[in-house]
Design a protein around this ligand. Sequence first.
Ligand code: SF4
Ligand code: FES
Length: 248
Amino acid sequence: MSGLRNYTLRVWRQKNANTKGAFVNYDASQISPDMSLLEMLDVVNDRLISDGKEPIAFESDCREGICGACSMVINGIAHGKERGTTACQLHMRHFADGESITLEPWRARAFPPIKDLVVDRSAFDRIQQAGGYISVNTGSAPDAHAILVHKDDADKAFDAAACIGCGACVAACKNASAMLFVGAKISQLAHLPQGDPERKQRAQAMIMQMDAEGFGSCTNTLECEAVCPKEISTRVIAEMNWEFMRSA
Ligand code: SF4
Ligand code: FES
């Protein structure tokens, strides 16, 4: 097959949270430029397994940019250099033939390492469980437009709801702040009438849990917005702060 490319991978290998990790080099030869980065890793892993070696551990689920599982740092940038793109949607055509590609896990105290490129992001689940829901009984689906929502609010709620909980915002932040994620979850419900009854309690509970998990503070560096695969705006951080102040 023509047009195949060869890469050198520099991959972070670490058995578990208690062992020291290190970069290991691998050849990724004869790779189609139409493969995604994860499909390239599948090929490399198949070859490692056939050689009796341990495959590289990484996470994936949907491979369609909607689950947030495929988190990793690619050449120093969370999810790689293509804007608005998850690792599973990043194609090898964006890397030059012969390029060296460095793959690392998210590095943040609140995301402890599990193995190789996989970290424990359950801190996000605990923040979500603290208040990122509505507890009213919504019954069966209402008729369309039964509850009117202003277009501007609907758009803002929809934009915030695009967050897939990948954690790239944390990985990119010098303080490992989770404020873009938490802001998105709070903003999504703050713009909808269904989210209104619990908005004060939600803001307080989610922010308290975020702090308890050990995430740092926002210093308006905006790197979170730059790497977010869903291009969530830092507007949601301002809204989170406003929701917190009005909850006092
Ligand atoms: S705000 Fe963006 S970068 Fe952060 S978890 Fe959500 S989708 Fe990922
Ligand atoms: S595997 Fe689901 S977003 Fe990448």
